[in-house]
Design a protein around this ligand. Structure first.
Ligand code: SAH
Ligand code: MG
Length: 274
């Protein structure tokens, strides 16, 4: 326990919780001693999903699929989740749960060791949830960073190891020393990486949130149009009340008020205007 038990109980008393399906799955996992993210971490995850609206999520460490289903429940229909699990006993269990949840079509389970599987992945991710063997985070990091889109968020769970992380290496039981050293190395590496901005939070069993710095990919613009639409221009248009519903925009553009600004935005899917 990292923070006071009463404080945790208080914070949890404010939690709206999850769907009935997830609540049942959580209880079953707890009964079966299957590790799943703690309620405070679930709440943080839901918040981050609402904030970042990811389209492509990668999870390292499926267990029986609880957190993957939680992420599916809290993202839009076009968000796809890839999750990796190597423990053979848990894989069929996870598949069964994905089918029962109704999110089977949005969740892809890759079977095997993340050290191998991460190397084979190529698609960029908006959000990566690292929740596997703690001693391996440091080894997964280069691949995870490669797969993270600029502006994407890496969430790493269990980084404070029930508080043990702050003990001296020699105060830690011998069998836990390797994990202890590797997790300290992971935290140091993350927090000192100039390509990432990381915050370490005492939530649940300790969570880091890291944003990958750098330019987000440019918005595609129709060939021949004069220039890309800058955020400022869009904002100005919004503030001046020119934009409204799509139909209004189209009419305005026909009447020449907004010219190719609207056309350009339509090309990029118009998403930024809503
Ligand atoms: N994210 C899950 C809990 C994951 S528990 C949830 O909250 O519902 C961690 C899981 O990671 C375990 O099931 C374990 O088998 C798996 N795991 C650990 N090391 C792994 C590795 N190297 N490759 C793939 N899976 C791994
Ligand atoms: Mg965890």
């Amino acid at each position: 326990m990292i923070i006071d038990e009463r404080m945790i109980a208080f914070i949890q008393s404010m939690d709206r919780g999850n769907s009935l399906f997830l609540t049942d799955l959580e209880q079953k996992a707890l009964d079966d001693n299957v590790p799943i993210i703690r309620p405070e971490t679930q709440s943080l995850l839901r918040f981050l999903l609402a904030l970042t609206k990811p389209h492509n999520i990668l999870e390292v460490g499926t267990a029986v699929g609880f957190s993957a289903i939680l992420m599916a429940e809290n993202t839009s229909d076009d968000c796809r989740i890839t999750t990796i699990e190597k423990y053979e006993k848990r894989i069929p269990e996870a598949r069964k749960n994905f089918a029962a949840s109704g999110y089977e079509n949005r969740i892809r389970l890759l079977e095997g060791d993340a050290s191998d599987i991460l190397l084979q992945l190529t698609e960029g991710c908006d959000l990566i949830f690292m929740d596997a063997a703690k001693g391996q985070y440091i080894h997964f990091l280069p691949q995870v960073k490669r797969l993270l889109n600029p502006g994407g968020v890496l969430i790493s769970d269990n980084v404070l190891q029930d508080g043990e992380i702050l003990e001296s290496r020699f105060a830690v039981e011998r069998r836990n020393r390797t994990i202890h050293s590797r997790m300290r190395e992971y935290l140091f590496t993350l927090t000192h990486d100039e390509e990432m901005e990381t915050v370490l939070l005492p939530v649940g069993d300790g969570v880091t949130l890291s944003v990958k710095m750098g330019e987000e990919p440019p918005i595609a613009v129709e060939e021949g149009s004069e220039k890309a639409i800058g955020r400022t221009e869009e904002t100005e248009r919004k503030e001046s009340g020119i934009t409204g519903s799509r139909t209004e925009e189209t009419e305005q553009s026909k009447s020449g008020i907004t010219g190719n600004i609207t056309e350009g935005s339509e090309q990029s899917g118009g998403g930024n205007l809503e």
